[in-house]
Design a protein around this ligand. Structure first.
Ligand code: EPS
Length: 374
């Protein structure tokens, strides 16, 4: 079974992760891993922290001469800002953050003990884990990309895209968005929020190509892979809703306008002319591209803070102002890719097994051959 743990506080010395269950013999490209880390730091509207943190990943165990050993992989990302022991006590909880409930639950009188771990900085470790998982998926022909489809009230015009297009055209733009007109409006909206001391949410979309039919299962609720991906996306900080395919629109349409009709052609096999399901039927992948969206609420650290209550005196105050971002939607897409890469790698190892990449590939090819003859 593939599993991972992360540890580390936002301003502690190090973020760290252990990924266990990777087969042996997977080539690991450290530069590729580092590029994924950099992608998480980009995006107009990020705070000052992203300018000085390097998020360099040190691989400490489980890899030798550029290949996985099958032993647990340990990695570390050292924080440049490691001021945790010098930072002031926090007693004015921010509405929307983990502050108040976290302090009550763990009996902390200093909210810093909560916010340091609740911070989205933890996602740097997840992106490193996801980057390793992508390097397992890539030799199987599975590729992921993401883009921003809405920021605040501005929506990008939608069109069908491919992973290659997203990588070439979305990543180099300031907000990882394909629509240049919408990007300009989004940037104006961010500028207005900077002035107003406010924050913005939005929507990212993750696209996955090359997934075979039949990952996940309809036989039991906890084996439905769309549900597993939904949980993975909801676990990302500030995400409040998830959509698979045209899920939200589908709820308002008739069935005849929603289902993807089935066709067959010699040589091509079974196919659909649409992908409204987002690549899932009955909790299983259909073999079409997977399309998952994450909806973020605006970040809860506001430079113009909201009303709150001091936890010791119980007097009305305004919430603490921590250094933060105006929006993190472009980064959240990269984190979404990482979480989905992990869950897909896990689902693949569960279905196909294999202690080495060679064995996994052989099992995988066998299955692809079997379904090609269905
Ligand atoms: C983040 C680092 C943090 C924030 C952000 C994400 O840095 P700092 O708090 O030192 O400025 O920029 O964290 C949050 C949005 C949050 O709510 O905690 C990062 O590395 O992604």
């Amino acid at each position: 079974m593939l599993r991972f743990l992360t540890a580390g506080e936002s301003h502690g010395p190090t973020l760290t992760a252990i990924l266990e269950g990777m087969p042996a013999g997977v080539p690991i490209d450290l530069d590729g891993l580092q590029r994924q880390m950099r992608r998480r730091q980009l995006g107009y509207g990020r705070g000052p922290r992203m300018q000085f943190e390097v998020d360099a990943v040190e691989l400490l165990a489980g890899i030798r001469r550029g290949k996985t050993l099958a032993s647990p992989i340990a990695l570390a990302i050292r924080n440049k800002d490691a001021s945790i022991d010098r930072l002031p006590v926090v007693t004015q909880p921010r509405p929307g953050h983990a502050d108040l409930t976290g302090a009550m639950k763990y009996d902390h009188r200093d909210i810093r003990n909560v916010l340091e771990r609740a911070s989205a900085r933890e996602t740097a470790a997840r992106v490193a884990v996801g980057a390793l998982c992508k390097q397992l998926l890539s030799p199987l022909g599975i590729e992921l990309a993401s883009h921003v489809v809405a920021l605040g009230s501005v929506r990008a015009t939608s069109s069908t895209v491919t992973v290659a297009q997203l990588r070439a055209k979305a990543d180099p733009t300031p907000l990882r968005c394909l629509d240049p007109q919408a990007t300009k409006q989004m940037m104006r909206e961010i500028d207005a929020c900077v002035k107003a001391g406010d924050t913005l949410g939005g929507v990212f979309e993750v696209l996955i190509e090359g997934v075979p039919p039949g990952l996940g299962s309809y036989v039991h609720y906890d084996r439905r892979l769309d549900a597993i991906l939904g949980r993975a996306i909801l676990s990302i900080h500030a995400v409040k809703a998830v959509e698979v395919g045209d899920g939200v629109l589908a709820a308002s349409l008739r069935g005849s306008k929603v289902q993807d009709e089935i066709f067959y052609a010699k040589g091509k096999g079974f196919y659909r002319s649409s992908n409204r399901s987002g690549g899932f039927e009955g909790g299983m992948t259909t073999g079409q591209p997977i399309v998952v969206r994450g909806f973020l609420k605006p970040l809860s650290t506001l430079r113009k803070p909201l009303r709150s209550v001091e936890i010791r005196t119980k007097r009305p105050v305004v919430a603490t102002v921590e250094r933060s971002d105006v929006t993190t939607v472009p980064a959240a897409g990269v984190i979404g890719e990482a979480m989905i890469a992990f869950e897909l790698a896990k689902a693949i190892l569960e279905k196909f097994g294999g202690d080495s990449l060679r064995e996994l590939k052989r099992n995988y090819q066998n299955y692809l051959h079997q379904i090609s003859r269905f």
